[in-house]
Ligand binder design. Structure first.
Ligand code: NDP
Length: 272
């Protein structure tokens, strides 16, 4: 399987399809990530708060895959926004890596008013070569503007909840204008859209599955996606996306499913 890459605003290439490990217990993470690596995924998305960076690290080492073929993302948790450098080193240690590919501020947590300070710390890690690209997650346009107005590094990525039920057009527009790549978390709405009749009708017509149709809808729009599954058949299914296309009518039918439907918290409200 050859996964296309997206070139970030600093020239670094990220695979358009990655594998997410939110809610996978550490003890099960090595097996899940090993399965994903065997299926052909090379990009893994974890976070300090997921508690499974060590499991990811074990799978990476066991795979024997060359470091430069892998793309590893982890995230700075909200309570560490005032101590980003130490949190970064602890994540790297747990992952067993010398250098990270992408480090994200997990949430703006605007009530703490520390994300701009955290961004400056990430810029230092980037300048020191500890991480190949830095970005943000769950940033609304107002949060993006605040850090871009600092006049330093523009985030390479904004990872946000994004699926047919929550299409985030304002955020995509802000990301595009600033040259920030949009990465979709919960790209399958945690399974909630898989029995939607519009999706199942397209899947039946094309001989694919509902998950493949939704992931292909993301891919056709040049978006980065990181579906999660601990089920080997689904891990394989979710990366078998590159032999078919959706036509403009299919894309428009899925675009019409916008419903303002979140699976996670609103970024303006999460401050813990
Ligand atoms: P997803 O939209 O990826 O959905 C995962 C759910 O869908 C699981 O219950 C999985 O079941 C099921 N599923 C996966 N593939 C299929 C399939 N082919 N057919 C049927 N069911 C399927 O949700 P996530 O919330 O996990 O998001 C993906 C990743 O995004 C996370 O793992 C994490 O890396 C990232 N994320 C980032 C956040 C942030 O704040 N930055 C927040 C949330 C997620 P099963 O595993 O049982 O097979």
């Amino acid at each position: 399987m050859t996964v296309p890459t997206i070139t970030l605003n600093n020239g670094v290439e990220i695979p358009q399809l990655g594998y997410g490990v939110f809610q996978v217990p550490d003890a099960e993470t090595e097996a899940a990530v090993s399965c994903a690596l065997e299926a052909g995924y090379r990009s893994i998305d974890t976070a300090a708060i997921y508690g499974n960076e060590e499991g990811v690290g074990r799978a990476l080492r066991a795979s024997g895959i060359a470091r430069e073929e892998l793309f590893i993302t982890t995230k700075l948790w909200n309570s560490d926004q005032g101590a980003a450098a130490a949190a970064f080193e602890a994540s790297l240690e747990r992952l067993g890596l010398e250098q990270l590919d992408l480090y994200l501020i997990h949430w703006p947590a605007p009530g703490k008013d520390r994300y701009a300070q955290a961004w400056t710390a990430l810029e230092e890690l980037y300048a020191d070569g500890r991480v190949r690209a830095i970005g943000v997650s769950n940033f609304l346009p107002e949060h993006l503007r605040r850090i871009v107005d600092l006049g330093g590094t523009v985030p390479a990525v904004n990872q946000v909840e994004l699926h047919p039920g929550l299409q985030q057009r304002e955020i995509i527009d802000a990301d595009d204008k600033l040259g920030i790549a949009t990465e979709a978390w919960s790209p399958l709405a945690q399974g909630a859209m898989l029995s939607n009749p519009t999706i199942t009708a397209i899947a039946d017509r094309l001989g694919g599955t509902p998950a493949q149709v939704i992931l292909r809808w993301h891919i056709e729009q040049d978006r980065i996606v990181i579906p999660k599954s601990v089920t080997p058949s689904r891990i394989a299914e979710n990366c078998d996306l590159f032999g078919f296309h959706l036509d403009t009518d299919d894309l428009a039918a899925i675009d019409a499913l916008e419903a303002g439907q979140r699976t996670g918290p609103h970024p303006a409200k999460l401050n813990a």
